[in-house]
Write a protein that binds this ligand. Sequence first.
Ligand code: SAM
Length: 327
Amino acid sequence: MTSGADERRDLWSRYWATGIPHSCGTTYEATYGGAIGTFWREAFSTLAPVDRVLDIATGNAALPRLLLSARPQLPAACDAVDAAAVDPDWLRQLEPQQRQRLHVHGGVRAESLPFADGVFSLVISQYGIEYTDWPVAIAEALRVLAPRGRIRILAHHAESRPVMLAGHEIEHTDWLLQHDGLVDLAAGMIEPMARSASAQGRASLATDAAANQLRQRFNDVQTALAARLTTAQCPDVLHEVRDWVAQVFRLATTGGVAAGTQALDQIRRGLVDSRLRLTDLRRHALDEVTVRQFCAAIGQGGLHTTAVPLSDQGHLLGWAVCAEPMN
Ligand SMILES: C[S@@+](CC[C@H](N)C(=O)[O-])C[C@H]1O[C@@H](n2cnc3c(N)ncnc32)[C@H](O)[C@@H]1O
């Protein structure tokens, strides 16, 4: 595994450890409604009790969760793999009978699956398999697919709304993290903020030209942020960072410089992680050409494979890929 792969594994491990249910932002509930939910419910509707399902690049197992809620009485078992260290909390709240149906395997790469040949009746992946070395991962998926098995994939589409929103969020993140930008200036403000907690500190600030100059620059960047918010698409990250920085300053006045610095470092790391995830999302999205290659790779397994754009309320969300036995 390359160090890039290690970095991605750790970054996704940190992301899933926060307990977030899935990677689609706050638009969808843990068990999906809308067109995505309909796509998956339809895929699960024909499962038989003896069937086994495999979810590739499962994250916090959003699809297995949807499967359990869509077919609560069905004993069909589900394995779910991810390269990251995943251990979703929600599994521990399941009834024992449901819990037995589901096996989540963290630290398992889709390019090398620890399963015997031909055991899964349905292989699924949501915004997942396209992140892998997918010609290899598809060959692996075909290897473990049972005779007459099916594949359903929702993959990122190069022109979709998530890809477009990721582009805006990357721009905002770069703006926040730029040299002498909001995060840098906030770091400089932590010490004066901590000092302002005491009367003596406030007195010293009144005559501290450097601190006052820094405060002016910070106020200017706050004004620029307010202006950016009036026109920004996908402004959540701007709102969040503004609020978090206010919390950092509160922390600095109550807990001192070290506490404020630690909190701001965490914000900075979170932004850097998020930027990497969003960049990967855009990089792995499939365009018209690559989705044809993707379908052709699945077709190697003798499956009739189609990819159609999936939209919800006028927003393009991805490619719905369906692969079925020929007859
Ligand atoms: C966008 S998330 C999707 C997670 C989940 N399917 C969902 O819809 O919430 C992409 C996932 O792909 C995983 N991943 C990336 N490369 C992988 C690989 N080679 N093998 C297995 N998982 C991989 C990441 O660790 C990450 O959890």
